[in-house]
Design a protein around this ligand. Structure first.
Ligand code: ADP
Length: 345
């Protein structure tokens, strides 16, 4: 059975979005299209309604969680709901204090400033942000040495929405200034991901068998961005074989080409787990040592691989280091007893 094209939606199977605009087309534009994350949505809708009643901007918000879970999308939805203009930037772009000053002084009353990767803002700029967030003023130092003086510029009322994949890298003074709240986005339920894949199939203009939707959802790491990427690769295979529908067989072919197993792990995840289990005998091993043994960056391990492996219960963080659990051994088909591990060397 296939997912029927949704008659209520503008997008119909067969009408495909322009190439190059696919990702923008898949981004939810209305609250009701934003699947899952019910707790966060509920809390945000109260904040928004209260702010609307008071005719004030929403207070500053911090969204955190692994990449691809919908932080940027939420920021746009808050802006839409508040009828506010959103200006988008990201931490690495704010290299100097002047970059931030320029951004802040160009805001209009009620604007939303969205800063992605907030953990990468320059430290001096971050300090400037404190007073901008707290008192709506910007302290600017003019001149150098003994003749330097500080002037204070009043800013229009605005909302800062910051997003980060690594909340531990944000300083506590910055964290404490998100007066509207700090919201953690969770990995999605499998049924939510299935809904997202079905919605995206409609938008991409392709039929997708229910079983294919299931297989994609299973391998999506419970992450909407990955689910959409997998769906697009399945659509490629369907187009190549000239099928108007992503059948289960087509989905399986595409997923095998991508080397993604039934838990959503790719070759890199498995390499990390194997290193932990085989080279380090299951751990505990320090993060730096683990990173060095697979020639990977510590930040990438913490940000990209680990959250989902921890979510699956394959890795545990202990005070002595990372440890592989019995589930990881089982998944890789490695016997837990040490003597049997030797066959993998
Ligand atoms: P993040 O900012 O957390 O990295 P994004 O907001 O950019 O994630 O989301 C990545 C993509 O995943 C979006 O473009 C959208 O297509 C899809 N997406 C994210 N969250 C949802 C959701 N709750 N419902 C439907 N699609 C979603």
């Amino acid at each position: 059975m296939s997912t029927p094209p949704n008659k209520n939606k503008k997008e119909k199977v067969g009408e495909r979005p322009e190439p190059g605009r696919l990702d923008a087309a898949l981004r939810p534009r209305r609250w009701k299209e934003y699947v899952g994350q019910e707790q966060v949505k509920k809390a945000l809708s109260v904040l928004i309604e209260a702010a609307q009643k008071r005719k004030e901007p929403v207070e500053h918000l911090l969204l955190y969680g692994p990449a691809g879970l919908g932080k940027t999308t939420l920021a746009h939805l808050v802006a839409k709901e508040m009828n506010a203009q959103i200006k988008v930037t990201s931490g690495p772009v704010i290299e100097r204090v002047g970059d931030l000053a320029a951004l802040l002084t160009n805001l209009s009353e009620g604007d939303i400033l969205f800063i992605d990767e907030a953990h990468r803002i320059n430290k001096l700029a971050e300090e400037m942000l404190y007073s901008a967030m707290e008192s709506g003023a910007l302290d600017i130092i003019i001149g150098k040495g003994p003749s330097a003086r500080t002037i204070q510029l009043d800013l229009p009322s605005f909302t800062l929405i910051a997003a980060t994949t690594r909340i531990s890298l944000l300083s506590s003074p910055l964290r404490s200034r998100f007066s509207g709240g700090v919201f953690r986005l969770e990995f999605y339920d499998e049924s939510d991901i299935r809904n997202i894949v079905e919605r995206s199939s409609n938008i991409l203009g392709i039929l997708t068998e229910k079983d294919a939707v299931r297989e994609i959802a299973l391998r999506s790491r419970r992450t909407p961005r990955i689910a959409n990427q997998l769906l697009k690769r399945c659509r490629d295979v369907a187009d190549v074989v000239g099928s108007k529908e992503i059948t289960r067989a087509i989905a399986m072919e595409a997923l095998e080409l991508l080397d993604i197993d039934e838990k959503g792990l790719n070759g890199e995840d498995r390499r990390l787990l194997k290193s932990l289990i085989i080279k380090h005998r299951g751990g505990p091993v320090g993060l730096n040592t683990l990173a060095a043994s697979i020639s990977e960056d510590v930040g990438t391990i913490e940000e990209v691989y680990e959250p989902y492996l921890i979510r699956l219960g394959f890795i545990e963080r202990t005070p002595k280091g990372r440890v592989a659990t019995i589930h990881a051994f089982k998944h890789l088909g490695i016997d837990v007893s040490n003597d049997k591990q030797s066959r993998f060397f």
